[in-house]
Design a protein around this ligand. Sequence first.
Ligand SMILES: Cc1ncc(C[n+]2csc(CCOP(=O)(O)OP(=O)(O)O)c2C)c(N)n1
Ligand SMILES: [Mg+2]
Length: 541
Amino acid sequence: MQRMSGGRAVAMALKAEGIDHIFGIVGTHDCPLFDGVFDDSAFNVVTVRHEQGAALMAAGYARASGRIAACFVVPGPGLTNALTGIGMAHSESAPMLVFGGQNALAQLEREGGWFHELANSVNVAGSVCGYATRVNTPGEVPKAIREAMRAMRCRRPRPAYIEMPLDVQTGEADIALLPPEHYSRPAGDPAAIARAVAASKSAKRPFIFAGGGVESACATASLARLAELLGAPVVTSVFGRGAISDRHALALGDGWGRFNLYEDLLTQADLALVVGSRIDVVSDWNLGARFPQRIVQVDIDPLVIGQRRPVEVGIVGDAALVLDALVAQLAGVPARSCWFDADGFRQRKQAALKDRAGPVVEIVESLRGALPDDTIFVDDLTLVGYWMPLLMPTYQPRTLIHPGTYGTLGYALPAAIGAKLACPKQPVVSISGDGGFLFTMQELSTASALGLDLIVLVFNDNAFGAIGTYQDRVFGGRRIGLALKNPDFVKLGESFGARSARVEPKELGGAVRRAHAAGGLWLIEVPFAPRGSVQMVPWMP
Ligand SMILES: Cc1ncc(C[n+]2csc(CCOP(=O)(O)OP(=O)(O)O)c2C)c(N)n1
Ligand SMILES: [Mg+2]
């Protein structure tokens, strides 16, 4: 037992859990939380410029590393500002531990007109979290953090929210900190695993569909071993990019383009092994509807199993543990060669993508050629970002981070800052359009204050371009709400302390190479407004 305040108990419990990054903004309602980490060298406290940035940084931090960061926000507007980022993290299965300040216990839920009052805030946060609670005494802090950690580590990783009323933050008590715990994840029902083994043995033409759960579970090596044993080609979801290296002979890339590239594979395959994927809506449009009848699905979240497609075998478990069990039980069976012409497929795919993506292909090639394999690319919702999962060869897990189906405009820059803090040795590039960049551009100030090495690309067409093509197609060209009056991006970047340049698309590779060699914070604007043959959003019908 140690005598301490609730605020200090949060710091001590975070330390015990190995959480050392805190993103947030101070206010009277969370100052005791900040005070709890005052002068404690165990913590890297990052002051952001908007609470959405805090949550998106924690999301990027988790996507790039699998590690958990904390956020400290004030109640009311601080929490609602953060909700977009927390919602994004919920959708992309990224864990983070959000602490919300709150008025004193006696003032709650009475519509008393208190500062930052927001009724029902635990439920508001809970709608985008896997765990949400209010702590009523300082002594409950370690238990609440332990429960949040279990929710994030033993189940599908999702944000957790712990609300701390002011008197709980400041109140002192004799507090027992909890000893470290090994967080175990479900290994899967042995009978279901045996049925999956039998199904895999009997299938002649299996393929694997891998999602973000593979990387979450650090199961990439297990996935490759299983694919090699079965001779099964591997397609990934957008969150699964990096689950298998694109240099692997069985890797077919991701399925986020709405064209018939996968017809050959899908019509011939007799078994789909879906691992760590909810089969998101885009993958389902493109592939899921044509998956073979026989499906084996492995997921840590029981809700996901059979949600989109009926399955022959469902296994609730951690992807690494289940894949290792499958590999062990298939080990006696001679490894099969691949039944599918993966090389031919890749060539056909490359030609088709060139046809659809036009000049985006050269842009992506120039980025890949300029930067090392371990570079982390973080996408926003912009032409180049949309195409990245399809076009960018990805060689390592967690190196291609895309905002997926929640699709938060403004994601890239703060998520890239979080990724850089989590993986300081890896180059990090954020890819935005002019529209998305202005949603969260103030976080350039955060990156500058931290002295980060970061390359921030802004593809500028002075418009919410993607929506223009949609209006053309669906609304007969009645374009509305698209034109954007932008600042001078070079001056803007410089005023934030970023070295800044405007380069034509053909100069981008050289500019990025120089920026990487020089280090520091870079803002590079690329005027880019291709029209005509380019498909703006590969997955739109
Ligand atoms: C928070 C949010 N608001 C609105 C949208 C809808 N939206 C999707 S793409 C897009 C246009 C993005 O413009 P820009 O960043 O300039 O990229 P471009 O399409 O021009 O390449 C918009 C408004 C969204 N995804 N997220
Ligand atoms: Mg634009």
